[in-house]
Design a protein. Structure first.
Length: 104
């Protein structure tokens, strides 16, 4: 419910460079976009895929790392994205937006 009330991801298809500030009982959370804008709701699939890789590793009894290594093709297929050159370009853009969106 909280993520719906205070969205971290942009719903816009155009770069959303609006900084968001949420306040609740003295706690302040700022969502700061990068130059490419906030991560979009479509970028959320990439984040979920990465989290699922970490959880799978923990389920195998392995210690998760701060670094996630993956094959772009596997991510594109798992998230039902195109595997053409355009698909790889869009994935690069998504990773840039995810990396650049700061939650403070």
């Amino acid at each position: 419910m909280a993520s719906m009330e205070h969205p971290v991801f942009s719903l816009s298809t155009k770069p959303d460079r609006t900084m968001r500030r949420y306040e609740n009982k003295g706690t302040i959370v700022d969502i700061v976009p990068s130059g490419m804008g906030l991560a979009t709701i479509h970028d959320k699939d990439v984040l979920i895929y990465c989290i699922s890789q970490l959880v799978a590793k923990m389920n195998r009894g392995e210690q998760p790392s701060r670094e996630v290594r993956l094959h772009a093709y596997d991510l594109l297929v798992a998230t039902n994205r195109q595997t053409s050159g355009e698909g790889y370009r869009l994935l690069g853009d998504a990773l840039t937006r995810l990396r650049g969106t700061t939650i403070r």
